[in-house]
Structures are given as structure tokens and as C-alpha cells.
Design a protein around this ligand. Structure first.
Ligand code: HXC
Length: 258
């Protein structure tokens, strides 16, 4: 696969997508969104890959949807092309964990792309925001919905109505960010975490991701029942047997992802 706006690398069970439009602070134009979607699907279908990392540059994860590309569009244009629907659909279908490694600006669609990932690890220079209101629009790739679920209504309203930025500390405090890492160590740290996840049983990891996502979609009663049934079903895997035997025999498990 060849790409114009991203780099794709695969190593030790981890797929790395690097957003690569430095001249525009990785602004999400149509090509970049399509390429991220294609790369995610390809990595998810690759049985050697157990975790995916999306990152940008030290200065910007992504400074939002491409304003220059959007500036002249009409209501009918955006309604017809519905460009931002695809990336949300792809995130819904990907079973492999996706980690956002965010340094610098994650604004607008950039913040939304990071939030569509399963969790966010931020560099100490990261800045998150939904500044769309300053352009006369609102978030359009899930920002009003995901940010509110993640940080709660008060902070989400504050961010979305004022367009202000949140630094990494505030992001961690409010649950947007799972950990903060020094900017120079960001990629190696996140790749290490991704390698650790990729070494686990892929079916168990996929089920853990799917079940955790259900928490945001269903009632507590149904969610707990769903979790228990998935837990039961994992007793059908060879990896479950190997994981428990390895513990008892005081050795590292050798998962076959079966
Ligand atoms: C297109 C962008 C861009 C963007 C930056 N650039 N953000 N181009 N779309 N979102 C370009 C600039 O035009 C400039 O190119 C180059 O990247 C460097 O940016 P500067 O502004 O010179 O850098 P700096 O002064 O360091 O400021 C960084 C910044 C600022 C604070 C991040 O660039 C900024 O505010 N960007 C826009 C952020 C934003 O509003 N994002 C939300 C977009 S709307 P040139 O060639 O001109 O020098 C959105 C909607 C999503 O995301 C949902 C769908 C509706």
C-alpha cells in the first residue's frame, strides 16, 4: 500500500500510523482521512498485528479538519460527501486496540481522532481542544458526544462553547488522557505498551475491548450480563488454557491467538 499523507510501519506485532502533513500541522484533509481508514482496516485484517498506534509529529498530532479544504463548501456539498462518517464507521469495526500517541496540538478533528482511539497517551506538551465554534461550526467527528462521555458535561461544555485548549495535565486529571510521558519518550513508551498488548491473546484482547466499549452503549445490567457471557466464551480458547497453566507452572505463557 502506498500513501501520500501518512506513513505506515509494522514491527513486533504493532502497526504504526504516522500522520504526515507537516506543512499543515497534520490537518485532516479527505486524502488523509481515507488513508487512515484504509490503513486501520488493513492492519485490523493482518493476523500478525495485535495493536495499532496512531501518532503525529512533536508539534502536532493533528490541528483539525483541513480548514482550507472546507472553506468553500456549501451545506449541500458537506451533506452529500459526508466525509467524516467513514472514519467513525471504521473505528466501530476495528477489533484491534488503537492507541493515540499525542504530542503537540490535537484540535478539532485531531482531538476527535484521538478520542476515537481506545485510549490516549499524551506527551507533556500536548494540547487538546474543540475550537470549531470559533470558525462558526461545531465538532463533526464525534467531539460533542465522545468528549462529554469522557470528561462529563461541565468540562465538555466549557471546551466546546469557548474553544479553549486543555493541556496534558488537565487532560489526565479529567480522564481524557490515560498517562503523560515526556515528549522525547512518547513514541518509544507507547510502542512498548502496544507491543505488550500485542503479545497477549488476540481473541481475549479483542473481547476485552468490545466489552469495555459496551459500557458506553448499554445499561449496567445488560453490560454485566454481556461481560459474563463473553468471559464464559473465552473458556473455549486454547490461549485461556495456556494462560492459566503458565501461571500455575510459573512460566511465561505462549499465546497462539487461538
Ligand atoms: C488547514 C492548517 C490547519 C487546519 C494549521 N494549518 N491548522 N491548515 N487546516 N486545521 C496550517 C496553517 O495554515 C499554516 O500553513 C501551517 O499549518 C502552520 O500553522 P500556523 O497557524 O502557522 O502555526 P502556529 O502559529 O504554530 O499555530 C498553530 C495552531 C493554529 C494554534 C494549531 O494553526 C490553529 O489554530 N490552527 C487551526 C486549529 C483549528 O481551528 N482546528 C479546528 C478545525 S475545524 P500556511 O501555509 O498557511 O503557513 C475541525 C472540524 C472537525 O476540525 C469536524 C468537522 C466539521
Amino acid at each position: 500500500m502506498t500513501f501520500e499523507t501518512i506513513l505506515l510501519d509494522k514491527q513486533d506485532g504493532v502497526g504504526l500510523i504516522t500522520l504526515n502533513r507537516p506543512e499543515a500541522l497534520n490537518a485532516l484533509n479527505s486524502t488523509l482521512l481515507d488513508e487512515v481508514a484504509d490503513a486501520l482496516i488493513a492492519l485490523d485484517e493482518d493476523s500478525d498485528i495485535g495493536a495499532i498506534v496512531i501518532t503525529g509529529s512533536e508539534k502536532a498530532f493533528a490541528a483539525g479538519a483541513d480548514i482550507k479544504e472546507m472553506a468553500e463548501l456549501s451545506f449541500a456539498d458537506v451533506l452529500k460527501t459526508d466525509k467524516f462518517a467513514l472514519i467513525n464507521r471504521v473505528f466501530e469495526q476495528v477489533r484491534t486496540p488503537v492507541i493515540a500517541a499525542v504530542a503537540g496540538y490535537a484540535l478539532g478533528g485531531g482531538c476527535e481522532l484521538a478520542m476515537a482511539c481506545d485510549f490516549i497517551i499524551a506527551a507533556d506538551n500536548a494540547k487538546f481542544g474543540q475550537p470549531e465554534i470559533k470558525l462558526g461550526v461545531i465538532p463533526g467527528i464525534g467531539g460533542t458526544q465522545r468528549l462529554t462521555r469522557i470528561v462529563g458535561k461541565s468540562k465538555a461544555m466549557d471546551m466546546i462553547l469557548t474553544g479553549r485548549m486543555m493541556d496534558a495535565e488537565e487532560g489526565e486529571r479529567s480522564g481524557l488522557v490515560s498517562r503523560i510521558v515526556a515528549v522525547d519518550d512518547l513514541l518509544e513508551t507507547v510502542l512498548g505498551i502496544a507491543r505488550d498488548i500485542a503479545a497477549l491473546s488476540h481473541p481475549a484482547v479483542a473481547m476485552a475491548k468490545e466489552t469495555t466499549d459496551r459500557a458506553l452503549e448499554t445499561t449496567l445490567h445488560e453490560g454485566i450480563l454481556y461481560e459474563r457471557r463473553v468471559f464464559h466464551s473465552l473458556f473455549a480458547t486454547e490461549d485461556r488454557r495456556e494462560g492459566m497453566l503458565a501461571f500455575i507452572e510459573k512460566r511465561q505463557p505462549k499465546f497462539k491467538h487461538q
